[in-house]
Write a protein that binds this ligand. Structure first.
Ligand code: HEM
Length: 102
């Protein structure tokens, strides 16, 4: 819904990689009262992306929903696995975004 951000990334993985360095960081810098999660993204190959999520709010399930909706926006079918989770005592959540082989 924010065309200035969507236009920055023509692909789903590119967009997910841009959240922290472009989007959340800009919001954090311009609005000191905002409370944003720390998100670290690593693309391991064309089909696998790992998102590490950390926030005292523990809104990892919101993050999952956002990823699913963004994937739909890009017309991609993805599987998500949520292997580590703050709610289970892990130090961060790990969300694996997997594009099934065609
Ligand atoms: C898949 C993409 C995204 C994910 C996974 C994500 C994740 C999240 C999560 C989980 C939160 C809740 C706060 C927390 O956990 O501490 C949050 C907050 C927020 N995000 Fe994102 N986000 C995404 C994309 C975006 C985009 C595209 C924008 C703006 C165009 C954005 C702007 C914000 C804002 C304004 C907040 C609230 C800050 C506050 O409460 O003060 N996010 N994000």
């Amino acid at each position: 819904m924010s065309p200035q951000y969507g236009a920055a990334s023509p692909t789903l993985f590119g967009f997910l990689q841009s959240i922290e360095p472009l989007i959340h960081r800009e919001i954090r810098n311009s609005n000191k009262s905002s409370s944003l999660p720390v998100i670290v993204v690593r693309v391991t190959d064309e089909q696998h992306l790992l998102m590490r999520y950390n926030s005292p709010r523990k809104l990892c399930f919101l993050a999952e929903g956002l990823i699913r909706v963004v994937a739909k926006y890009y017309g991609e079918t993805v599987e998500l696995s949520h292997d580590k989770c703050l709610h289970r005592g892990d130090i961060c959540c790990e969300l694996n975004v997997i594009k099934p082989a065609a």
